[in-house]
Write a protein that binds this ligand. Structure first.
Ligand code: ADP
Ligand code: MG
Length: 240
């Protein structure tokens, strides 16, 4: 479903991605890990066209992301993205946060959008919070709203960029539980995270990056059992 082929990107002289290649099949849960600054966020954002790249090709469900003629907003509407800092609209209620893109981008009626939004809000356990504003919710609740908002768009895949790293420890599991549920239902996911418990539970692939390069791209069992690169072994030894 997602094919990344030999992708490189530079900021001036600095190479942030070096010949990255990997693929995500429908239903795959890929966990991407690696040290800070290794290019994880940049890589995941290239997939929905949020980060341009100078070399290589990416296709998502057959659509070439880097192609000038590709309708990026239309592509982005089909790929859910959840960031570290929730990125909810502060001036809109939870319900309106869920409605906005469904109405503006997908052209759904407000009634239809609300019905869908509330279905997913219920799923993440927050139906009772629909009239609140983001600032009235905890970080864990805001992140669950952000996930429900992404799901309301009927995405073909979901991208997560460190979705729990801005949360207080006691809120991490409520977000991971939602993500585990999604993975178990067969959602195609690329997840940048250092939550190795999540990776062990639901990942079927693990990618390890360092200095803009993919050093490991293997099954979960291979990664946790015997990573090939010394960098990955060091990384695992430090975080587990
Ligand atoms: P990660 O998510 O793995 O921590 P990032 O993808 O955010 O890494 O960043 C990779 C590298 O690219 C970092 O060294 C970062 O400083 C650099 N970088 C990110 N954005 C820019 C930018 N706009 N200009 C220059 N360098 C950048
Ligand atoms: Mg990052």
């Amino acid at each position: 479903m997602i094919e990344i082929n030999n992708v490189s990107k530079w900021y001036g002289q600095f190479q942030v991605l070096g010949e990255c290649s990997t693929r995500v099949e429908k239903g795959d849960v890929m966990v991407i890990c690696g040290p800070s600054g290794s290019g994880k966020s940049t890589l995941i954002k290239t997939v929905n066209g949020l980060e341009p790249f100078q070399q290589g090709q990416i296709t998502v469900d057959g659509v070439a992301v880097g192609d000038k003629n590709t309708d990026l907003p239309a592509l982005r509407a089909r790929i859910g993205m959840v960031f570290q800092n929730f990125e909810l609209f502060p001036h809109l209620s939870v319900r309106d946060n869920l409605n906005l893109a469904q109405v503006k981008v997908l052209g759904r009626s407000v009634e239809e959008a609300t019905a869908r939004g509330l279905k997913y809000l219920d799923r993440v356990g927050l139906l009772a919070q629909q009239d609140k504003f983001p600032s009235q919710l905890s970080g864990g609740q805001q992140q669950r709203v952000a996930i429900a908002r992404a799901l309301s768009m009927d995405p073909i895949a979901m991208l997560f960029d460190e979705p729990t790293s801005a949360l207080d420890p006691e809120m991490i599991n409520e977000v991971l539980d939602v993500m585990v549920g999604l993975a178990q239902e067969g959602m195609t996911m690329m997840v940048v995270t250092h939550e190795m418990g999540f990776a062990r539970k639901v990942a079927n692939r693990v990618v390890f990056m360092d200095k803009g390069r993919i050093l490991e791209d293997c099954s979960k069992d291979e990664f946790f059992g015997a990573p090939r690169s010394e960098r990955a072994r060091d990384f695992l030894a430090r975080i587990i």
